[in-house]
Ligand binder design. Structure first.
Ligand code: PMP
Length: 405
């Protein structure tokens, strides 16, 4: 089936606007994606028709809200092919999902002298939580390096693993380099050595099919706001065998079974990890975003975005003094670059004045910047609604900016 870009764009009226009297071109979906009408309507409908707090209430509206909330858990389970719905935990986002694993897995399974391997291309969200737990437990964080093309040096991994290694933390797709990492192979090597793997899927689930059972991932984290869903919601997938053994991350309502001053017992998974009133509205509206991804087809989306990636990469390479960071053979919808003699902030600011929304700076990935000895890059990123025409407008604007210097 051909990818119907016009139909997809019709769901995102926000894209049809002018900024500074120029057509707005949104090339920052990796930071956060725009929201389709389906998501906005779902939020409105909930508040107009049947809003109530979920799980414990005894009235019609709360029951309906609970049913819708839990139906999204089922939808996510299917979307990533988890074995059971109990393995889907709602969080605030990828960051909280990873912090949950670091805290609870770390509390239970890490002891002094243990090691956690973390890839060099991680977002700060998949480095700092591990450093915090390592500090608490007297464990060490070990770097899993990438080469100058932005490819993880898989051949080094078996040598980095030893008896003390407990977990490997790695992104499925890098938010700076765009590299699609060989997570299947990493998991296979890890499991041969009885090491668990925590995958940061923030830049992957919206671009590529994820099957957590096929991958055999132990933990897989992602955020709704990068998947055309609302912000303030994310998911942690965790294998039952780990989640059942891990202690709660936060205490409060819903995560308990019984509370007394003498002893408190905890709820079953996933509720053990969902303390307090969750982001009810956003979880329910997130379901509409997942429906859209399913309807558009992840394979079709991937094919469309690959075409855009190829097209933009080839055109950018023709620009004098332009260097692309991340030239892995397998890449997703992100291109980071710098132009000799122009600061990335200046480029971003001038592009903005021409209507183009890009991201500049370190992209919360200082270790990637350190690898290349740079302060930052300009990053363009594509979504389901991006067109070739928009890439042309961006390239024209970029050439104009270059001429100004
Ligand atoms: N990991 C990666 C690879 C990301 O791109 C991001 C978002 N920039 C995050 C983690 C953090 O996601 P969130 O802010 O939604 O928690």
């Amino acid at each position: 089936m051909a990818y119907n870009i016009n139909k997809i764009r019709s769901y995102f009226p926000v894209l049809n606007q002018q900024v500074y009297n120029k057509p707005m071109v949104y090339l920052d979906s990796a930071a956060s994606a725009q929201k389709p009408v389906q998501v906005l309507m779902k939020e409105e409908k909930l508040h107009n028709d049947y809003y109530g707090n979920i799980h414990r209430a005894a009235h019609f509206m709360a029951d309906k809200a609970t049913a819708d909330f839990e139906a999204v858990r089922d939808k996510i389970q299917k979307f990533i092919n988890a074995e059971s719905r109990e393995e889907i935990i709602f969080t605030k986002g990828t960051t909280e999902s990873i912090n949950l694993v670091a805290h609870s897995f770390g509390e239970k399974f890490l002891t002094e002298g243990d090691e956690i391997i973390v890839s060099e291309m991680e977002h700060h969200s998949n480095i700092v939580p591990w450093q915090i737990v390592a500090e608490r437990k007297g464990a060490k964080v070990i770097k899993f390096p990438f080469n100058d093309l932005g490819v993880l040096q898989l051949n080094l991994l078996p040598k980095l693993i030893n008896k003390k290694t407990k977990l490997i933390a790695v992104a499925h797709v890098s938010n700076v380099l765009g590299t699609i990492n060989p997570v299947s192979e990493i998991i296979e090597i890890a499991h041969k050595n009885n090491v668990a793997v925590c995958i940061d899927g923030a830049q992957a689930v919206q671009h590529t099919t994820v099957d957590v059972q096929k991958l055999d991932a132990d933990f897989y984290a992602f955020s709704a706001h990068k998947m055309y869903g609302p912000n303030g919601v994310g998911v942690l997938y965790g294998k039952k065998k780990w989640l059942e053994k891990m202690p709660p991350y936060q205490g409060g309502g819903e995560m308990i079974s019984e509370v007394s001053f003498e002893k408190t017992t905890f709820n079953e998974i996933p509720y053990k990890f969902e303390a307090g009133t969750p982001n009810i509205t956003s979880v329910i509206a997130f379901g509409a975003a997942v429906d859209l991804l399913i309807k558009a087809g992840i394979s079709e989306i991937a094919a469309w975005e690959n075409e855009l990636l190829e097209y933009a990469t080839q055109k950018l390479k023709l620009i004098n003094g332009l260097k692309i960071y991340g030239e892995a053979p397998k890449k997703s919808s992100v291109i980071s670059f710098n132009i000799e003699g122009i600061h990335s902030y200046d480029l971003g600011m001038l592009l903005d004045k021409l209507g183009i929304a890009v991201r500049t700076g370190h992209h919360c990935a200082d270790t990637v910047m350190q690898h290349f000895g740079i302060q930052g890059t300009v990053r363009i990123s594509f979504g389901i609604y991006t067109t070739k025409e928009e890439i042309d407008i961006f390239l024209e604007a970029l050439n104009k900016v270059i001429l100004m210097f």
